[in-house]
Design a protein around this ligand. Sequence first.
Ligand SMILES: C[S@@+](CC[C@H](N)C(=O)[O-])C[C@H]1O[C@@H](n2cnc3c(N)ncnc32)[C@H](O)[C@@H]1O
Length: 383
Amino acid sequence: MDIREKMRRDWDRRARVDPRYWVAATEEADEASYLESGARDVRALLDGLEGRVGADARVLDLGCGIGRMTARLVDHFAEVVGVDVSPAMIEEARAQHGETEGLRFQANSGADLSDFGDADFDLVFSYSVLPHLPPDVVRAYFFEVNRVLRSGGWFRYQFWVGPEPRGHADNDTLNIRVYDHAAFDALNREAGFRIEAVTDIDYTDPVLNLKPVWVNVQKVAEASAQAAELDRRAEEALSEGERELEYGLLLYLAVKHCERGEAEEGERVLEQAVQTDRTRPEAYVQWAALRLERGDAAGALVIFEALTEVLPDEPIAWLYRAKTAEAADRPEEARRALARFDGLQVSEPGLLAEAEDVRAALPAAPASRRRKTVRARKKPRKP
Ligand SMILES: C[S@@+](CC[C@H](N)C(=O)[O-])C[C@H]1O[C@@H](n2cnc3c(N)ncnc32)[C@H](O)[C@@H]1O
């Protein structure tokens, strides 16, 4: 699959689940913190541009998402255009903010700005986009940003620069990449930019132990090379690191919905988490718990049936299937699930005790059925 298509599919999928969350990923994952984040990031954007860009400027927001920052800029600049690789994000941006003469949103290819002419803009900015992109895409964009900026124009972007570079799989569209200083300098220089300022953003990533930065660069020359047509294949499936992070972020979002009693939303997100990684039990368990909470034991049972299909050797899957079958008044199915659980030779006392509780809650097996089972077992031994 073409790398552009991979980026579009990934971000469309995220946009369909919860565009607000995927563009801002705030701790509370709610509307208030989303709006707050927009106000804060726009303030930081404008503070860093003071005295450099006038109110008559034409501005491009690269990777605008749903216009979290873009729409707030209409009072500050003559014209603001947001582009994004994800048509789903763009659709949502238009739905939320509308479009006027001074504000436009449009989908782009994911690696070039071919809808725009040379020197069309005075300012290009990009927040929380470039660090997620494969480095060859970033490089292609830098050449393109140079092309669409007027001479002396500004490019202000959020980035990660540190002593220890951090890369990810070539098709990873989510994990943050950290550039070392040499690579960062070369990237800007080759694209015709002079680095004017690099300032810390007040947030330390707990895994990277690093702060992201706002970077101001100015177009001082034409790019040293033309943006080569990016012609690269990418694995269609999510890379391991990407799957891991996407899954973790979905679980986090689901927990936030549950804390706020938003069961329906929580279920939707957990269903997506299951699709993201079918082999991890956490999302199934949380999803089924939500169904049980609202008295839908049959619905929860369906989830555990799916889990046991994917993980037939996982005792917890059979135990929970037995529990929910019992709660759904399906004693035969509960017995069958307990038999599978027993067959896995579990030694963990807590699980064994839970299994005994389920067994004790089941009505006695009907006598005729018991006889039948005995006969069935004996049958193969007949000569
Ligand atoms: C974390 S969100 C940030 C959105 C927006 N800049 C904001 O701060 O609200 C990343 C955005 O980048 C977009 N994106 C990802 N890859 C892109 C690419 N190659 N070209 C353009 N946009 C891209 C995604 O669709 C998504 O909307």
